[in-house]
Design a protein around this ligand. Structure first.
Ligand code: ZN
Length: 198
């Protein structure tokens, strides 16, 4: 389900738009805001914000096909914040908190989005769907990611001032940056400058 993505457009500290593909559906949800200092990146203020964001995510759902209640918006915040805490703990090899795991399991226990085939045999979802189904699909993606073969490839961007988290699915397993266009390039420039300075 989360195999294909073209990434999401986000903005660097300088305001430059760039494409960031965190590598999985559940890590895409982290781009909507988060706990603590990440609250300033919040984009899910109203239920319709979640529907509109899901159209940008790799699920590519149309807002008109989705129902989102205020309670489901709160559930999305809880799931996202739990995913943040768990992803960061895993990326830093720190202890995982039981309450974050419980929150993800709670969302995954709900009925998920139902996969279907279209008449020309391409994948689709049975619609309309509820936000609860979408959150279940995201939580189940997290179950697969955190317990799967790429669990040891969940990383924070190597730039000291970047908080982004991705899963490195590259064949070499040597991805260090959220994006080569931004943090990767800045690091190369820094390395060049420090070489010139010495
Ligand atoms: Zn970065």
């Amino acid at each position: 389900m989360s195999a294909v993505s073209t990434g999401l457009v986000i903005y660097s500290a300088e305001g430059t738009p760039y494409l960031f593909d965190p590598g999985s559906l559940c890590l895409e949800l982290l781009l909507t805001g988060g706990p603590g200092v990440l609250a300033r990146y919040e984009v899910l203020h109203e239920p319709h914000d979640l529907a509109e964001w899901l159209a940008l995510s790799r699920l590519r759902l149309t807002p008109a096909d989705l129902s989102v209640s205020p309670g489901e918006l709160e559930a999305a915040h809880r799931l996202r914040d739990a995913l943040w805490q768990l992803a960061r703990a895993v990326a830093r090899s720190e202890p995982r908190r039981a309450e974050d795991v419980a929150e993800i399991n709670r969302a995954a226990a709900e009925p998920p989005l139902i996969p279907q085939l279209t008449a020309d045999i391409t994948p689709a979802w049975r619609l309309p769907a509820s936000a609860t189904q979408v959150l279940s699909a995201i939580a189940r993606d997290a179950v697969d990611l955190f317990s799967g073969r790429f669990a040891t490839r969940i990383r924070e961007c190597g730039a000291p001032d970047c908080y982004l988290i991705f899963v490195d699915t590259s064949p070499s397993g040597r991805r260090r940056w959220c994006s080569m266009e931004t943090c990767g390039n800045r690091s190369k420039v820094r390395a060049l400058r420090s070489r010139r300075a010495t």
